[in-house]
Design a protein around this ligand. Sequence first.
Ligand SMILES: [Zn+2]
Ligand SMILES: [Zn+2]
Length: 245
Amino acid sequence: MRWYKADLHIHTVLSPCGGLEMAPAAVMTRAKEQGLDIVAITDHNSMANSQAYAQVARQYGLIYWYGVEVQSIEEIHIIGLFDSWQDASRFDTLLYDSLLPVENDPDFFGDQVVISSDETIIRFESRALINSSKWSFDEVLEQIAAHNGFGFPAHVDAMTFSVLAQLGFLPEYPPISAVGITAKGDIEQLKKLHPEIKNCLCIRNSDAHYLTEIGSGFTELYLERPTVSELKNLCESRDFARLRS
Ligand SMILES: [Zn+2]
Ligand SMILES: [Zn+2]
């Protein structure tokens, strides 16, 4: 068992709001400089860049968890993490089919670049990824769980696209064991305002859209094996001593 430093919310060139500097080698170089052990790439509503970044992460000696940031119909952002590409890609296919059929406007939102590990542009994603799935908050969490993943609401202390901003509270159902926190979020203050999250593990991440933001928020995890399923077990057993954020 040892401590692992993790940033589990990082965007790439696929996210229209992300910088075009977020190419695979540049992201992983920065992650190494920041002393991260585990990274998760979590683009908006798509895992089209996951495998390219996974390949480069492994070349840099980083542990890579497949991830995505889903936007539910209520405009709540939820992070989904997966151990296997098989589960992740099945989830990704269903997620893509659930997205509202809106085209991206690159001039307004920016390009959505699908890139290879050696930084060749493969294509531009035309479906607007900054948009909602037809799935509700509950359905997103259920679909992630049904694909052996671990889901938690993203950046709950943010003023926009967070479960607390959209609903005003953390619902009791479905049961939620962890919540995402912004890089600078004050967890103690948040727990005072929202006692319903007291029993949740708080996973702090950067939500990096630019290179300098990578690792600006991180969480340390005490794990036997650095897997998503172990993080899930840690959170569901409320093992607060094994998570520092
Ligand atoms: Zn978000
Ligand atoms: Zn994000």
